[in-house]
Design a binder for this molecule. Structure first.
Ligand code: BGC
Length: 781
């Protein structure tokens, strides 16, 4: 991708300067536009060629049976898969009887630009048909961040050199045929023709299709309206059948003349609303978008992004690729969450169908921490979605013989969608991750209404789960046995340190929250005895430690296992999950992704600096980074331990995961958690940002040699804060809001509106850099 010469490195956009069909599917993910409700992959306007056509509506999925060779109690019976809904992007073009298809004729030039400030994808190209007619095509596309149901395209064709007869077919297409699914378990189960037709309408320049999914029974509606501008001899006509609605625009263009079609598209879906109600819904959304007009939509998009960047931008001097990548990352993280509004934020956002469109702990652990400081409203919405799925989580807990709520490891609509217990339901930590996101959001915003209406219930039901999943032994020590932590190469293990520390925090925050909200506590049936039991469990949580080695154990007994034969593993055998049986991975010391290392970041208070350094040095040579979620965590802790060069290498890996297609699966969608991890690596890694229960922000900044400056803005408790770090000093400025005390390398710094506070940056401790497994060293820049 970005290593391909067709991708330029620029600070505020991603530019592809020529069309490379070999990376078409990847580019569709990179150029995807979304607002968290609608997702349009960056497919070419004319629909073909394509890697993977993709139009997604957050929450729209189909159910399919989950077959098991041997049934077992509590196995989920029904799987959920995101579906490709009706495509509203298509604008086919015919030039003098020949389809405008870039595989034929001569492509004189082709450029696409994702503009991160304007929030649009622009395309310009010049093409000569096999018969010798030349046209220029320009298109601009957006998925509106301000009008949730709306996407729009302006498409222009210009005749070059000679007169051309051109026909534009603007379409809505349901049940597109999809490429054969991959065998990689991380790809999607593509469902053929998932939509049953209910209504098709074409009147004048307006089109509409309504369909329904067969099993999940969701109604999906899409409507389009057009504004056509062209020479006088331009004509239009429209038609529809069950799966296609089409407006056909015909014109004859003299050289230099253009034909322009502005297409507004409204998407909607519902599990409850009737067909007429859905038709009206999308028509109404179209009317509102028509009222704004194309230019109005562009202006609103820009204004919305200007506001976002003012409070969220990260500037990196010294590495242009990372500068571009972090803005690209923030843009996609915003797109994934901005208007999700009580729906999940899937691991791929709405950029592709990878992982079947499921949401995981990625949301709470990686995406929400970024949004908490950059677009906090989106965090509240994402957590309200979890609250809306509480009934399913309570049912799952009951089914498993547990109390409270057992949130699913992977899901679209709230019920467990993981067919595999060890790397599925057993990853109970997702419950504590959700609780942690609640606490972080409330600490960052002071939103006590949210805490009362949503937070308490989530904290209480997850605390109940831990209390019933764990047990006190004969000495009173609290153990949580038989769980899977973040590292999926260890499974169903006892006392996973990450899980235990996160559960401890979950139990304590629940006990504190019910004290602050006695009314809610009573409604949820929490009495003093119950919250005292949470505190007792939290105080007695077992954290396994190996005295001989002087390190924390990832789980009890982990350091006793045989080491994986890293020297005997060939580079082509990674990711290990595709080349070795799980049973062997489970019983060896090999770590798929940061687990104990992640605990040192999320539960930093528990570890002193020496422990951090020793633990990091122990787990580095075991960690293979077979998950894209790992590099960013390793970056943060490497920076804390003073390994700035290594932290820089990991930051680059997280940052370039998709732009350089490092895991070779960007075609299935972007790695939203790794993109969020880019921010984490820079702000929590080199900026040293940590939060604290006292509602203070801590910074311990330190730059790698390659950076001459790192600057970022944050929102915190109604303030806007700007932090600028140089090699020797850090400058903190309160941009707006009341005075605030933060900490710089452990020392309080009082900020008021009078001007910046400047503090020296102490030198990093000098420690030998730890090794990584053979063939798994990060690329050092
Ligand atoms: C990782 C999980 C992650 C999932 C989705 C897996 O490879 O091991 O931690 O939640 O991908 O991103």
């Amino acid at each position: 991708m970005i290593t391909d010469r067709s991708y330029a490195v620029e600070p505020w956009c991603v530019r592809e300067t020529r069309l490379n069909l070999d990376v078409l599917a990847q580019s569709e993910s990179v150029f995807a536009l979304s607002n968290g409700h609608i997702g349009w992959r960056g497919n070419l306007d004319e629909g073909e060629p394509h890697g993977l056509p993709g139009t997604y509506l957050n929450g729209v999925h189909e159910l399919h049976p989950l077959p098991y060779a041997e049934a077992g109690y509590g196995y989920p019976e029904s799987g959920q898969t995101v579906i490709n809904v009706t495509n509203g992007k298509i604008l086919r073009l015919l030039v003098d009887d020949e389809p405008f298809d870039l595989r034929y004729g001569r492509l004189v030039s082709h450029e696409r630009v994702l503009d991160l400030r304007r929030g649009v994808l622009e395309r310009t190209c010049e093409w000569t048909s096999p018969a010798g007619s030349t046209v220029r095509v320009r298109s601009t596309r957006l998925v509106s961040l301000t009008q949730r149901a709306i996407a729009a395209i302006a498409y222009e064709v210009e005749a070059v050199g000679s007169r051309s007869r051109v026909v534009i077919q603007s379409e809505l297409v349901a049940n597109e045929s999809l490429p054969e699914p991959d065998t990689d378990p991380r790809a999607a189960r593509a469902l053929k023709s998932p939509l049953e037709p209910e209504e098709d309408v074409a009147v004048g320049q307006r089109l509409r299709l309504v369909h329904r999914t067969r099993r999940s029974g969701l109604r999906v509606a899409v409507a389009a309206d057009h504004t056509v501008t062209g020479p006088e001899r331009t004509t239009t006509g429209s038609e529809s059948n069950v799966d296609v609605a089409r407006l056909t625009v015909t014109s004859v263009l003299e050289p230099g003349e253009t034909l322009r079609v502005e297409k507004l598209v409204a998407h909607g879906w519902s599990g409850a609303r009737s067909r007429p109600a859905m038709s009206d819904q999308v028509e109404a959304a179209l009317a509102a978008a028509g009222h704004s007009g194309w230019q109005g939509l562009l202006d609103d998009q820009r204004a919305c992004l200007d506001d976002f960047w003012a409070g969220a931008d990260v500037e990196v001097d010294g590495d242009e690729e990372i500068q571009q990548a972090v803005r690209f990352a923030l843009f996609h993280v915003l797109q994934a969450g901005a208007r999700a509004e009580r729906r999940a934020i899937p691991a791929k956002g709405l950029t592709g169908s990878g992982y079947d469109g499921h949401a995981f702990w990625d949301t709470e652990t990686f995406v929400l921490p970024v949004l908490a400081y950059t677009a906090p409203g989106a965090v509240a919405e994402a957590l309200r979605w979890r609250q809306a799925t509480l009934d399913a989580a309570r049912e799952r807990a009951t089914q498993l013989g547990l109390s409270g709520a057992a949130f699913p490891w992977r899901t679209i609509e709230g019920s467990e969608g993981s067919a595999y217990w060890p790397a599925g339901t057993a990853a109970f930590h997702v419950n504590a991750d959700i609780a942690d996101a609640v606490v972080r959001y409330v600490a960052a915003t002071g939103d006590t209404d949210f805490e009362r209406d949503t937070g308490v219930e989530l904290l209480v039901e997850t605390a109940r789960l831990w209390r019933s999943l764990g047990h006190h032994d004969a000495h009173g020590v609290f153990h949580i046995d038989g769980v899977t932590g973040p590292d999926e190469y260890s499974a169903v293990a006892d006392d996973n340190t990450y899980t235990n520390l996160m559960a401890r925090a979950n139990l304590l925050s629940a006990a504190e929250a019910v004290e602050r909200h006695p009314g809610e506590a009573a409604r949820l049936g929490v009495d003093e005895e119950e919250s005292a039991a949470w505190r007792d469990a939290a105080a007695a949580v077992h954290i396994p430690y190996n005295d001989e080695l002087g390190v924390h154990e990832q789980h009890a007994g982990f350091t006793r296992y045989q080491r994986w034969d890293f020297d005997g593993t060939r580079p082509g055998q990674y990711p290990l999950l595709l080349h070795f049986p799980y049973f062997d991975l489970y019983r060896k010391q090999v770590v798929k992704q940061a687990d104990l290392v992640l605990a040192m970041y999320t539960c930093g208070d528990f570890f002193d600096e020496e422990q951090v350094a020793r633990n990091f040095a122990y787990y580095e040579p075991l960690t293979v980074r077979d998950s894209s979620l790992s590099a960013c965590c390793q970056a943060v802790v490497a920076a804390q331990a003073g390994h700035l060069r290594l932290a820089y290498a990991y930051t680059a890996e997280a940052a370039l995961m998709d732009l350089a297609d490092l895991e070779q699966n960007t075609r299935d969608g972007l790695h939203i958690a790794s993109l969020a991890g880019t921010w984490m690596a820079l702000v929590a890694g080199f900026g040293g940002l940590r939060r604290d229960g006292d509602r203070t922000l801590y910074f311990s900044p330190r730059l790698p040699e390659a950076f001459s400056r790192l600057a970022f803005s944050l929102q915190f408790l109604g303030r806007r804060l700007h932090v600028e770090v140089g090699p020797d000093k850090a400058t903190y400025t309160l941009l707006s809001g009341p005075p605030l005390t933060i900490a710089h390398h452990g020392m309080p710094v009082h900020l008021n509106g009078d001007g910046p506070a400047v503090r020296p940056v102490p030198a990093a401790p000098v420690r030998p850099e730890p090794e990584q497994p053979r063939h798994r060293r990060p690329h050092v820049r």
